[in-house]
Design a protein around this ligand. Structure first.
Ligand code: GDP
Length: 356
């Protein structure tokens, strides 16, 4: 499954957030690995549609989709030159599908800041610079080989040009993601700044309730997604019953737990979407990539479903919700039979027909 790698400077609240992630209760049945590795934190993707489906179908249980975060320790200034745990850090980050940087916004005299003061945009730049430098090293190493190969193989000329264009963007101090660079032609280089970024601003009440400040920070990192939360409070929230949770959230101006916002943003950053299945046993969300076709979606349930795919019976959640039952949705003509070229929409409620 796809993962977001959690990075950030020391003392910004990574461990605090990661502990909250690992303590959040995820039903193991919907998690593809038998045991959850210690450096992986999994959160449920909140989805109120599942509650409605469970009501319509009388489902015994609800299984939401999940989002996985990997704790990647130790970025410091100089990581690209092997400072600190530099090399280990870089190889861990290469394995992640997206980068989730925790950024300190909270002020606390008792918590030392590595750079001497709380400056979120400077911290973001520090991390970006290390990743940019590491990517430039990768490109420098690859260029002589590519140039040689491109002389013999005309097809590689385009790749070579794209790599040089990427080099120019990076030299200019931009990540490939922030620059909106088309990274498809240079995928083989596995550049880190080509991965999508997500920023978690670890803030206190003052900033959480300050819409203008939040908008300013979010705009500074766009097109990356931003999430604003208080990591310390997120851990405390998990200990509370729903009523006290709501009260605590309200006191810091939040309308949902930060982990919920983080799950949603992480899912979006990874380019994922869900489709839904429902029956008396369970109402369940399944994770697919945006743009996946029906057979591909069926394959997430079981590989045999993809191989033996015949058709998908599809109704949009909105239509099912409005009609109140599958039978009513059918008589209203809202249930479609879709074939193997059908591209799934988020929130499709599906039943697959297949040969075994
Ligand atoms: P890491 O080095 O990035 O993993 O940071 P930690 O999670 O260990 O946090 C460093 C210190 O900051 C700890 O003492 C935390 O309790 C504290 N801390 C983390 N998040 C917050 C927060 O949102 N507000 C405040 N005031 N302190 C925090």
């Amino acid at each position: 499954s796809l993962t977001l790698g959690i990075v950030g400077l020391p003392n910004v609240g990574k461990s605090t957030l990661f502990n909250a992630l690992t303590n959040s209760e995820v039903e193991a049945a919907n998690y593809p690995f038998a045991t959850i590795e210690p450096n992986i934190g999994v959160v449920n993707l909140p989805d109120p549609r599942l509650n409605r489906l469970a009501e319509i179908f009388g489902s015994e249980r609800i299984l939401p989709a999940t989002v996985s975060f990997v704790d990647i320790a130790g970025i410091v200034k100089g990581a690209s030159e092997g400072e600190g745990m530099g090399n280990q850090f870089l190889s861990n980050i290469r394995e992640a599908d997206a980068i989730c940087q925790v950024v300190r916004v909270f002020a606390d005299e008792d918590v030392v800041h590595v750079a001497g003061k709380v400056d979120p945009l400077a911290d973001i730049e520090t991390v970006a610079t290390e990743l940019i430098l590491a990517d430039l090293q990768t490109i420098e190493k690859a260029l002589p080989r590519l140039e040689k190969e491109a002389r013999k193989n005309k097809e590689l000329v385009e790749t070579l040009e794209a790599v040089k264009a990427a080099e120019a963007v990076l030299t200019d101090g931009k990540t490939l993601f922030a620059a909106g660079f088309d990274t498809a032609p240079i995928r083989e280089l596995h550049l880190m700044t080509a991965k999508p970024f997500l920023y978690v601003f670890n803030a206190d009440e003052g900033v959480l309730t300050d819409a203008a400040r939040r908008a300013e920070l979010a705009a500074a990192v766009a097109p990356a997604d931003s999430v604003f939360l208080d990591a310390k409070i997120e851990s405390e929230l998990l200990e509370l019953d729903p009523e006290d949770q709501a009260e605590m959230l309200e006191s810091i101006g939040q309308d949902e737990p930060g982990l919920d916002s983080l799950a949603r943003a992480g899912f979006h950053t990874l380019g994922l979407q869900t489709y839904l299945t429902a029956g008396p046993k369970e109402s369940r969300a399944w994770t697919i990539r945006q743009g996946d076709t029906a057979p591909k979606a069926a394959g997430v349930i079981h590989t045999d479903f993809e191989k033996g795919f015949i058709k998908a019976e599809v109704v949009s959640f909105a239509d099912l919700d409005a009609n109140g039952s599958m039978a009513a949705a059918k008589s209203a003509g809202k249930v479609r039979m879709e074939g193997k070229d059908y591209v799934m929409n988020d929130g499709d409620v599906v039943e697959f027909r297949f040969n075994v």
